[in-house]
Design a protein around this ligand. Sequence first.
Ligand code: SF4
Length: 221
Amino acid sequence: MKNGSRNAKKTSENILVRFIHYPVETLGPGRRVGVWLQGCFIRCKGCISPENQPFDDVYSMSISETAAQILSYADAYGCDGITISGGEPFDQAEELLPLLQKLQKIGHTDVLVYTGYAKEKILREHPGIIEHIAALIDGEFKLGLHTEAVWKGSENQTLTIFRHEFAPKYESWAAERKGKLQLVRKNGEIRLIGIPRQEDLPVLLAKIGETSVTENEDKDL
Ligand code: SF4
């Protein structure tokens, strides 16, 4: 599936979306639809996805079409949830809220959002968004703060579960150690899905340069 309407300029009815993919098995419990928003002001040292930092209008999509693409995967495959990452989702908070409202309206309440901002800032500035998500993983990526936890890139980051009906599956997933990563080619680019050990990243990036994968095919590393 291609990300359509990319010639549309960013407006309050559009959102910058780099990539939408199913199945994502490495960013949240179960088999999920993954959504990577484009653009981030934070600029962590050692960011795993610097290509997602620029706010580039070439990735502009209408919020309605973004929701429709997410739902087309969810309807076709019966996903376990939706994970929104980036880039920095809260740098497009004005557009993120109506996207979440559309998803919730049709029953998708297990939405996990990653942010590089601190949870306290998000709770203070974006309570409306918090009402529409199941869980939040927060905090800047800090090079040197190693972790073995599957769900985060550096030890300082934290997981907060807001919808307690999903707590058992999030707690079970959060107890897992790093292992599986996904490598996907889509829309002409190869994407690493999942959060590697900090020390493994240079090797993985070199491997990606050597690896050939078929369009839309997942490959385990
Ligand atoms: S918040 Fe995420 S996308 Fe932004 S610089 Fe940090 S690691 Fe990279």
